[in-house]
Design a protein around this ligand. Sequence first.
Ligand SMILES: *Cc1c(COP(=O)(O)O)cnc(C)c1O
Length: 325
Amino acid sequence: MLPDKLQLGNLPTKIEKLMHPPSDCALYLKRDDQTGTEYAGNKIRKLEYALAEALRQKKDTIITCGGLQSNHARATAAACVRLGLRCILLLKSDEQPEKDGNYLLDSLLGAEIRFVSGEDYSNRLEAICGKVAEESEKQGHPAYVIPIGASNGIGTCGYYEAYGEIVEQEKTLGVTFDTIAVTVGSGGTYAGLCFANADCGNPKKIVGIPITDNAAHFERVIAALWEEFSKINTETRAFDPNTVHLLDGYAGRGYALNTPEEMDFVARFARTEGIFLDPVYTGKAMRGLYKSLLTKHPMLKDAKNLLFIHTGGLYGLFPKRSEFT
Ligand SMILES: *Cc1c(COP(=O)(O)O)cnc(C)c1O
């Protein structure tokens, strides 16, 4: 059983069929980019569980972190306003940045924003979060720290639950998805889907496309998340690491860095499907999926009905305006 959650996101999200898939495999999109205007994207599903836990623990301050254009930070800031919680965001930036995209929205939402240098972000982030939490407690504000992307045991509940939503929608759509594909950034979205699939006897193949690190790294992350998740959902079955399918090769130049080919893919997708992908996450992953379907990659060769989860990221597109030709 999953713990109680808050209801914040615009759920269930709809499933649409793409008009121009790259192969004869039917390709569907689950529009988790439409979980809300302020909450847009996958993070609100995780936050529904993480913030419920914060409230159970009687915390009045939320501390979380991310890149400057973090979708997770923006969704957290919006949810905190709705719930009457103080929100402190630790965002990675070496300079005072221009107000744009998610960072602009964070400040409109009144979040308290502190910048963390690239070096501190890579080496001391956990300690910094802990210190800010300690400070907050001393000022009489008990604080709850949510890790990057809310990818911990409690956050994983979000996509464990979303898997059930998909299974329900299959009945009304009259389609059974043999494969679900999703972008892997911090791993919690993939892990939730994978653990729910395991508890159903692995009827589907869950394919992740890592964009921040490689498959070997995420195999470790997912195993660690299972340890945490299985303490929260004690009925979950031991998942089999052999059911983890990660498609390497599409992280490109690194997190939040793009190539002209990636930007071109995002632009072409908008023109052919009438749907915005984002350059940081879904653009890279969908491009990887298209290439793999076209070249009949072994991981996808049996896919007939494939569901890609559109995890959002629209606001991250605007600060990238100069990279579109
Ligand atoms: C965070 C994020 C992801 C990755 O999800 P994880 O659970 O961190 O792996 C994918 N797409 C978008 C738009 C995101 O903001």
